[in-house]
Design a protein around this ligand. Structure first.
Ligand code: ASP
Length: 528
């Protein structure tokens, strides 16, 4: 056998080449495998991101098409409904899960802790909520006072805003915390309503029916001059002339068609405490609720597959609905920049810092795992609708203690809204600047307090912050008519503040878990 150097080389070379080839194939195979694994593991998230991007890609050209075509109002409404239909179904599915999720979550979380631990958890939760909300408002105030967006904004037509009274809002909140009917909490809540303040001026009796033409003329004249239409009694032609005053007066406490989440939370906490006190006797109920919660979590997983289509549809419909997007944004550019900067500081600096200080860990991983919740919040503009997804991310991806997640998140979604608080503070001082009001330290303090309180009172639904903003404006003695101007950009700003609200709740879970570790460890029974 001739084995020359070349031969050895050749042989070795082949082997080497073969090995290298196999290596390459292996490594490319493993690379492909790795990539496939990453895609499979993150499929839901990737699809959600694709959904958001597609929403913009489809929505923007569709918006210019709809704006440039001669569609009438009815046709436009139909297009928006059709485009947003999948999104509507998605939000309905999420909302459907809210009540079973909140009830099973809170009852089980509270029942698995002793009363002392629940109390401690509650105190820590509220301390966290209060601190981050005040930090958010202060950031907003500092930014709006430095950038002064109100000095550059274009004045718009004023609109008539509804009336919101600070004291009545607080009383409504307390009323809702103590519901009078358990079943009703699932679909109605209490709210003080107001009516026009009218002065009855005079009653006229017109005996001759032939002068009805003059009555119509007179009606038109009175309407144009701020008088309410006539109340014409057709048989006798008795008319009462009333004058509508600009202010509103207290009417009654009515029940609005909105779920009373605060009431559901109170009832669940009380039920959970009683169940925990029952001890072993309550075990069957705990086990039943445990199974219910498992079912709810399974359903949430199923609904998550609709999420990419839902978000895409919601964003597209929202964009199609908009009239002259560029112009609206241009006239409020500085205000939008100020609010976005504040929200970004809260989301990208304050929360990660709080996370790092509490855990000494890299916050990026935690935030990365919250992406699905962030996109859902962006798509739905509702912390309540996002709750199932937030819970899934916090529990399953970030491995936060279930008892903490189940206790902190439903309460957080309802009362902790840092993004909303920041936005309201910025908007309030913006309106003051726009109208040339001087804002001293006293007024700033009122803004800080009322924005924080208003964010607690805001419902976790789209544009709720805009309603409570009226209360902040009234507390600061500012005109409420500019809310209409802010409404034009709220479809976008609401999405950003909802993302901030949801991330704030998620970070709260880690902080509270960290400070409650010893107490949680002491509790031996944990069905969650
Ligand atoms: N949409 C927000 C939320 O659900 C509330 C708001 O309008 O600020 O968190």
């Amino acid at each position: 056998m001739i084995v020359d150097a070349e031969g050895v080389k050749a042989s070795n070379g082949y082997d080497l080449a073969h090995e290298t080839q196999t290596d390459i194939m292996d490594s490319s195979g493993s690379l492909a495998n790795k990539l496939r694994n990453i895609v499979v593991r993150n499929l839901q998230l990737i699809l959600i991101i694709v959904g958001v991007v597609c929403g913009f890609i489809i929505g923007l050209p569709l918006n210019s098409h709809v704006q440039s075509s001669n569609y009438d109002v009815e046709e436009r409404r139909r297009i928006v409904i059709l485009v947003g239909f999948v999104g509507e179904v998605f939000v309905r599915l999420l909302k459907l899960l809210i009540i079973p999720l909140i009830i099973t979550s809170i009852v089980l979380a509270v029942a698995s802790l002793d009363t002392k631990t629940t109390g401690k958890l509650g105190r820590r939760t509220f301390t966290y909520y209060l601190s981050t909300t005040v930090i958010a408002v202060i950031i907003g105030v500092i930014l709006v006072l430095s950038i002064r967006p109100g000095d550059t904004a274009v004045q718009h037509e004023k609109s008539q805003a509804s009336h919101v009274d600070a004291l009545d809002s607080i009383l409504d909140m307390i009323r809702n915390i103590f519901p009078d009917n358990l079943v009703e909490t699932t679909f109605r809540s209490s709210q003080t309503s107001y009516k026009d303040d009218v002065t009855s001026l005079y009653n006229i009796s017109i005996p001759d029916r032939n002068i009805r033409g003059s009555v119509e003329n007179l009606t038109k004249f009175l309407e144009n001059n701020l008088y309410d239409p006539w109340s014409v009694n057709e048989t006798s032609l008795d008319v009462r002339v009333i004058k509508k005053n600009s202010r509103k007066v207290w009417a009654k406490i009515e029940k609005t068609d909105r779920m009373n989440v605060l009431g559901i939370i109170t009832c669940s906490i009380v039920f959970g405490i009683a169940l925990s006190k029952l001890g072993p006797e309550g075990k069957p109920v705990k086990e039943l609720l445990e199974v219910c919660l498992k079912i709810v979590m399974m359903l949430i997983n199923a609904v998550m597959w609709v999420c990419p289509f839902g978000i895409c549809s919601l964003i597209t419909a929202n964009l199609v609905e908009m009239e002259n997007i560029a112009k609206t944004f241009e006239s409020l550019a500085y205000f939008i920049v100020t609010a976005i900067a504040g929200t970004a500081i809260q989301g990208m600096i304050v929360y990660p810092t709080i996370y790092f200080i509490s855990t000494r860990k890299n916050p990026l991983r935690y935030l990365f795992n919250m992406q699905a919740a962030a996109y859902t919040a962006f798509g739905t503009s509702s912390s309540a609708a996002t709750l199932p997804v937030t819970l899934k991310c916090v529990k399953e991806l970030n491995n936060v203690d279930s008892r903490v997640a189940h206790f902190v998140l439903p309460i957080g979604a309802t009362v902790n809204m840092d993004g909303t608080a920041l936005y309201e503070a910025v908007a309030c001082i913006f309106v003051a600047q726009l109208n040339g009001y001087h804002f001293g330290i006293g007024k700033i303090l009122i803004t800080v307090l009322s924005s924080s309180a208003a964010s607690v009172g805001a419902a976790a639904i789209p544009s709720a912050g805009l309603v409570t903003l009226i209360m902040v404006l009234e507390a600061a003695g500012l005109p409420t008519s500019d809310v209409g101007l802010l409404y034009s950009v709220d479809w976008f700003m609401d999405r950003l503040r909802t993302v901030c609200n949801v991330i704030g709740d998620a970070i709260g879970c880690v902080v509270i878990e960290k400070f409650s570790r010893k107490d949680l460890h002491d509790d031996e029974y944990s069905p969650l």
